[in-house]
Design a protein around this ligand. Structure first.
Ligand code: FAD
Ligand code: COM
Length: 526
């Protein structure tokens, strides 16, 4: 199918039908047919052919085009945007919104207009999944429409690309020449090496969306990743008894950096309060079952014994592995022990003129890194020398709360600075059930009904320079604030400057508490 050169054609809704015909129903004549948005009259060589049109590849193509270059994005799916709108971040946020609503309903059961039945009610996770599916087509369509009609980037979809050499790519039997190649094929779930995974009842984030066809009644999660916490919190909030089996501790330094101990305790204790069973230090041995349907998980316990937990739903959240093998074979690009393609800070691989971006180059597997590495590769391909170090960044996850952190944990700050000053809520020494703070925006019901669950707040200063060096928050609605606060922190913002910020919500704790202390010539904890 050729869609090039007809502005706003397909329309948004035509794109939706076209994509859904291929992805959802599989009854479209376009199944297996490439979709060409390609200017065949343009005889210029491509500056880059981008293999994979997810966040990393799409942003690479858009930036390169904006810099005056010619980019061609190729994706095996019939839409751009990749895993984020299809099966990863977007459903994750739908599920986390559901978890938050459900948690509030349970905490408020019998109060105000919340039925007292909410306490024990089970809800359908299929319905939440289907709500996501009902909106997904438009998100896919928007990606295709925006990239074609607003960003004017050429692409070929619904067909895989095969790299022949560093200047040649084969797409649907046709050979295309290019000055450089950008690899952006992302990552998939790394399945543990244990028997029983082929049985019905074993899912990951992707097959949960594509395959789940029953309402689980008992869930076991294998793994301790962010996804384990996020999806586990959702399943549990939906009323499915949930057990998390994890090798290392949840939110451990192995998987996440800069996590403050008090913040971790608040999150993990909060999950336990809500009934999630968390078993740490285990080794999964087998997903049991009759060969057709799972019955549970057998695992080695931390003390070397064996144990079994029953389940009709096993969710794998053991991390992801990059889809790099074809490029090692075709180009000989260097990878690390996990298969992550090795790049320098310009995103160039060990093969000159070949770049790699997004999840394919390893952690952090986050949208900001995917999109920005795409633009980093584009800048360098277009002649600008541009380096970006993405190893330090503000981070977040969801439990039934939004959990956000940046900069140094208290422990890290104490190791680095002599005079560390901490401002935090709740206050040490007062029982949390007597202390309805932080009571951030969106937590007011919880603060009044269950003060001890209202949230957690800590900011960390170097008392000598008065500079902010870390911030940690559990509550709602702070991701936005922290993404800008991180920039200010990196620029060296002080407690005095933070105290000058005008708060829009009365309990925005950073400005008000900084203001209360900023008058002190010698800073003190609060
Ligand atoms: P992808 O989006 O996976 O894109 C790769 C593309 O390559 C795909 O479109 C695929 O079809 C294509 N492809 C593969 N092989 C070929 C081939 N041979 N030829 C052509 N095309 C090919 N990050 C956040 O920042 N916030 C979140 O809330 C968040 N939630 C997440 C929730 C889940 C459950 C998961 C799994 C991840 C989440 N992430 C989140 C991470 C985020 O989704 C990824 O970091 C991001 O999508 C990676 O983008 P990418 O372009 O590298 O890869
Ligand atoms: C967003 C996908 S869901 S992309 O980053 O805009 O391509």
């Amino acid at each position: 199918m050729d869609v090039y050169g007809t502005p706003l054609k397909p329309s948004l809704h035509e794109w939706t039908d076209l994509i859904e015909g291929i992805v959802e129903t599989g009854d479209s004549p376009l199944v297996g047919e490439p979709i060409y948005n390609l200017n065949r009259e343009d005889t210029r060589e491509f500056d880059a052919i981008i293999i994979g049109g997810g966040a990393a590849g799409r942003f690479c193509g858009a930036f390169l085009k904006a810099r005056g270059g010619r980019a061609l994005i190729v994706d095996k799916w019939p839409f751009l945007g990749g895993s984020c709108p299809h099966e990863a971040c977007v459903p994750h946020h739908v599920f986390s919104d559901a978890a938050r609503e459900l948690d509030l309903s349970r905490l408020m059961a019998g109060k105000l207009w919340y039925d007292k039945e909410w306490k024990d009610r089970k809800v359908s996770i299929l319905e939440v999944r289907d709500l996501f599916l009902s909106g997904r087509g438009l998100a896919h369509a928007l990606m295709n429409l925006q990239t074609k009609d607003q960003l004017n980037v050429e692409y070929i979809l619904n067909t895989p690309a095969k790299v022949i050499d560093k200047n040649t790519v084969e797409i649907a039997g046709e050979t295309f020449k290019t000055r450089s190649i950008v690899l952006a094929t992302g990552a998939r779930t790394q399945l543990p090496d244990i028997p029983g995974l082929e049985q019905k009842g074993v899912y990951d984030f992707a097959t949960l969306i594509s395959d789940l066809d029953y309402e689980p009644s008992k869930c076991v999660i294998i793994g301790g990743s962010k996804i384990a916490i996020e999806y586990g919190s959702f399943f549990n909030a939906a009323g499915i008894p949930t057990t998390i089996l994890t090798r290392s501790g949840l939110m451990s330094p192995n998987s996440l950096h800069h996590v403050d101990d008090d913040l971790r305790d608040f999150v993990v204790d909060g999950m336990k309060v809500r009934g999630i069973e968390i078993i740490q230090g285990i080794e999964p041995l087998e997903v049991t079952g009759d060969g057709k349907q799972v019955s549970g998980v057998r695992y080695r316990t931390a003390d070397g014994g064996e144990a079994f937990v029953e389940a009709d739903f096993v969710f794998i959240a053991t991390g992801e592995k990059p889809l790099s093998a074809p490029f090692v074979d075709a180009l000989g690009v260097e990878v690390d022990g996990r298969g992550n393609i090795q790049v320098d800070w310009t995103c160039e691989t060990s093969v000159k003129g070949v770049y790699a971006v997004g999840d394919l180059i390893g952690p952090p597997l986050e949208m900001f890194k995917a999109r920005k590495t795409g633009t980093v590769a584009a800048r360098n391909i277009m002649g600008e020398h541009f380096e970006w170090d993405y190893t330090d960044f503000a981070d977040f996850l969801h439990s039934t709360y939004e959990v956000v952190w940046m900069g140094l944990s208290e422990k890290e700050a104490r190791a680095k600075y002599e005079n560390v000053v901490i401002i935090k809520m709740p206050v040490d020494g007062i029982p949390p059930e007597d202390f309805a703070l932080p009571a951030g925006d969106g937590s007011m019901f919880i603060a009044m009904a269950r003060p001890e669950l209202s949230g957690f707040f800590k900011i960390v200063f170097d008392g000598d320079s008065r500079k902010l060096v870390g911030a940690h928050y559990v509550g709602f609605g702070v991701k936005n604030a922290f993404q800008y606060l991180e920039v200010l922190m990196k620029q060296g913002i002080t407690i005095d400057e933070l105290g000058q910020v005008n708060e829009l919500f009365l309990n925005d704790l950073i400005p008000q508490l900084c203001r209360l202390r900023a008058g002190n010539a010698v800073l003190r904890d609060l």
